[in-house]
Design a binder for this molecule. Structure first.
Ligand code: IPE
Ligand code: IPE
Ligand code: MG
Length: 256
């Protein structure tokens, strides 16, 4: 099938038309999740916010398994944004400890399940313990060929674009060589397709600086459920909604 010529500012079709057809239903290749509502989940139970973060972090492996069952090859979870540093110090420290413990604890399971771990975000502001846990899981899963799990931590979409631009400038790339394809190669997500579906929990309808460059043609789904309660059934609802969307990428479908 011949593809139309794309200008250097267009989005390559291969990156935005990633979804596959399974039994007549459209299944996303890449599902990205904004895991929101941990604090509200805890408050409603009279628990400290930290307990919401703990339960929310536990939920990642459950949903990862569910995504695997649906045959989805790429999953991204937004764990901590560049703006989340503005939260009280005790909450930030507790989140960092929970993440470090969870990554350490889950590493053998990820290895066993053939999951390839990817990290999206800055690492210079993390605790050395968390940085070590990340380095270890990256190393131990780098040759795995199953589901690609990206964790966005100290991640901000604008920050990602800025660091890419700085790196392009410091590499001395001539301006005429800078196009969308080149910029993409400098992003944290350089070897991950753009997300087909972005799910946000806890009823919010914002991106909050998540995958700013990559989400231009993503489908959005907002679930009312707080992240720790987001289960297989909720995921199935999101996937069903996605399968009914008509994606056009600015063009017209053949029948029109
Ligand atoms: C998401 O849950 C986790 C992080 C942003 C780290 P929240 O902590 O934002 O939960 P709410 O939005 O206050 O309920
Ligand atoms: C977005 O949630 C970031 C993560 C889920 C990690 P926030 O709770 O930080 O977003 P806002 O502040 O409601 O936009
Ligand atoms: Mg929130």
């Amino acid at each position: 099938m011949s593809k139309p010529a794309l200008s250097s500012t267009s989005i390559p079709i291969s990156r935005v038309c990633a979804q596959v057809q399974t039994n007549g239903h459209s299944v996303p290749t890449h599902v990205a999740i904004i895991m929101d509502g941990n604090g509200r989940w805890a408050r409603r139970r009279g628990l400290p916010r930290i307990e919401g973060h703990r339960e929310g972090t536990r939920n990642v492996s459950r949903i990862l398994d569910a995504l695997g069952k649906h045959g989805i090859p790429y999953a991204t979870f937004f764990a901590f944004s560049t703006e989340n540093w503005n939260r009280p110090r005790v909450e930030v420290q507790a989140i960092m400890t929970i993440l470090e413990e969870t990554i350490d604890k889950e590493t053998p399971t990820l290895v066993e399940k053939n999951v390839c771990f990817r990290y999206l975000g800055r690492t210079d502001r993390l605790t050395p313990q968390l940085r070590n846990a990340i380095t270890r899981v990256l190393e131990l899963t780098k040759n795995n060929t199953g589901l690609t799990l990206s964790v966005a931590l100290d991640y901000g979409g604008r920050d990602e674009i800025l660091q890419a631009v700085r790196q392009i400038a410091s590499d001395g790339v001539p301006p005429e060589q800078i196009d969308g394809e080149l910029l993409q190669r400098y992003l944290y997500t350089h070897d991950v397709p753009d997300p087909d579906l972005i799910v946000r929990t806890a009823g919010e309808h914002r991106l909050s600086n998540f995958l700013v460059w990559q989400s231009v043609y993503s489908e959005y789904y907002s679930s009312q459920v707080c992240w720790p309660d987001f289960d297989e059934a909720e995921l199935a609802k999101a996937l069903r909604a996605f399968s009914q969307r008509k994606r056009r990428f600015g063009a017209l479908p053949p029948e029109e």
